[in-house]
Design a protein around this ligand. Structure first.
Ligand code: HGY
Ligand code: MN
Ligand code: MN
Ligand code: MN
Length: 404
């Protein structure tokens, strides 16, 4: 089993990696995305799986005819800017290696089994995370998805069309959801709980509620050298105060808040900006705390904008309610993969397609130990032995759930 995982991993690893940062830039419907989608299609076909693309651009590789009672496993291949190698791909590669393991054991699923790759999980190019799974479940309106744009103003519809798909067909896929008896996603842990509990594999209990908000601070562009301070309406000032306010609001509510993406216009050294556009990513253990964090940030942004004669407009771009995975399924997997050792059952602050699908079908997640906990960065890592333990756990899970 480990050799097929290692081979798959070695084939995928170079695709979409940036030579100077070592990070991944696998953005939906770009050349790098085409490379990894083609890699997946070839690897799945080589295993005798039949590959299809659904109306929303998600990939499905079937073992057996697609049909009701299906057990589905998979993740995503797209990345954040300069992301790590494991976030997403570990779930896809482990799923293919788990199919190899079932075949090596001479097992055949008694129900259809599918390996999936969901599009735009990170929302790195078009802004809304888990777009592919949100479209399937109806969590986002097709027209809104079609009109999402990237930094260059390219719409999801245009980019999808350029990739050879028909964006007119995107939208809810109830027939496909009706086929799914259970969905299991394996993912690298984005934290250090498994390190602290000295376990290679864990099971997810819940996903924190989280969301993304866009804040537009609009001021007056002017000359950096000739405009007196008293005459300025500089949007950079309320923006800066809002960044600090986000940190204190998060601390006050045992939450996390990040402003990691900013667009400054016109972005000139000697020009006071006309506009600063910033994105807030906020997450908390419960929705009341999350709402309190966002309200705190919004109030601070409004007060600071008024004080500097700057206009503020804010938009909620995405919101994900708390996800509590099915305890029966969660405990069944923990017993199955743990053997004689208890398996850690962990909450996470990271969003996943499994969290979106959990609104429609029974869903579970397996986590694989990440020695440093670092994620969304080139340093993200999982040791080979732990990756192989994850494949074995996923293979055991699929064997059990498919009645193989
Ligand atoms: O942002 C997240 O939580 C996930 O990595 N998409
Ligand atoms: Mn991620
Ligand atoms: Mn992920
Ligand atoms: Mn000049």
């Amino acid at each position: 089993m480990s050799d097929t995982f290692d081979e798959l991993w070695a084939d995928l690893a170079p695709l979409g990696r940036h030579r100077s940062t070592g990070g991944y830039r696998r953005y939906s419907w770009t050349g790098a995305d085409t490379q990894v989608r083609d890699w997946f299609g070839a690897a799945a076909t080589a295993r005798g799986l039949s590959v299809e693309t659904d109306r929303n651009g998600n990939l499905w590789a079937w073992w057996g005819r697609p049909g009701p009672g299906a057990v589905v496993t998979g993740s995503h291949l797209d990345s954040v800017p300069d992301g790590g190698a494991f976030d997403g791909p570990l779930g896809v590669v482990s799923a293919l290696a788990a199919v190899d393991e079932l075949q090596r054991r001479g097992l055949r699923p008694a129900v259809p089994l599918a390996v999936t790759v969901f599009v735009e999980e990170e929302g790195a190019r078009f802004g809304v995370p888990c777009l592919g799974s949100r479209l399937i479940t109806g969590a986002i309106a097709p027209d809104r998805a079609r009109e999402l744009t990237d930094a260059d103003g390219v719409t999801w519809a245009a980019a999808m069309t350029d990739a050879g798909l028909d964006s007119d067909r995107i939208g809810p896929d109830p027939d496909r959801l009706a086929q799914i008896a259970v969905f299991v996603e394996l993912h690298v842990e984005q934290g250090r709980a498994l390190v602290h509990q000295d376990a290679p594999v864990g099971v997810a209990s819940s996903i924190w509620p989280h969301g993304r908000w866009r804040l537009d601070f609009s001021g007056q562009a002017d000359h950096a050298g000739t405009t007196l301070l008293a005459d300025r309406n500089d949007p950079m000032l309320p923006f800066a105060e809002t960044v600090l306010a986000a940190r204190s609001a998060a601390r006050a509510h045992d939450a996390v808040a990040t402003i990691g993406k900013v667009h400054v216009a016109p972005n000139g050294t000697n020009a006071i900006p006309s506009r600063v556009r910033a994105w807030l990513d906020a997450r908390a253990p419960d929705e009341a705390a999350l709402r309190a964090v966002v309200a705190g940030v919004d109030a601070a942004a409004r007060d600071a904008s008024a004080a500097h004669g700057v206009a503020l407009s804010s938009y909620q771009e995405s919101f994900s309610p708390v996800v509590d995975f099915s305890t029966a399924l969660r405990d069944r997997l923990a017993a199955l993969v743990g053997g004689d050792r208890p398996v850690p059952i962990l909450p996470t602050g990271a969003g996943h397609d499994a969290g979106v699908l959990a609104t429609a079908v029974p869903t579970a997640m397996l986590f694989v130990r990440n020695p440093t906990g670092v994620s969304h960065a080139p340093e993200e890592h999982a040791d080979a032995a732990d990756c192989h333990a994850g494949v074995a756990a996923l293979a055991d899970t699929l064997a059990e759930l498919t009645g193989a």
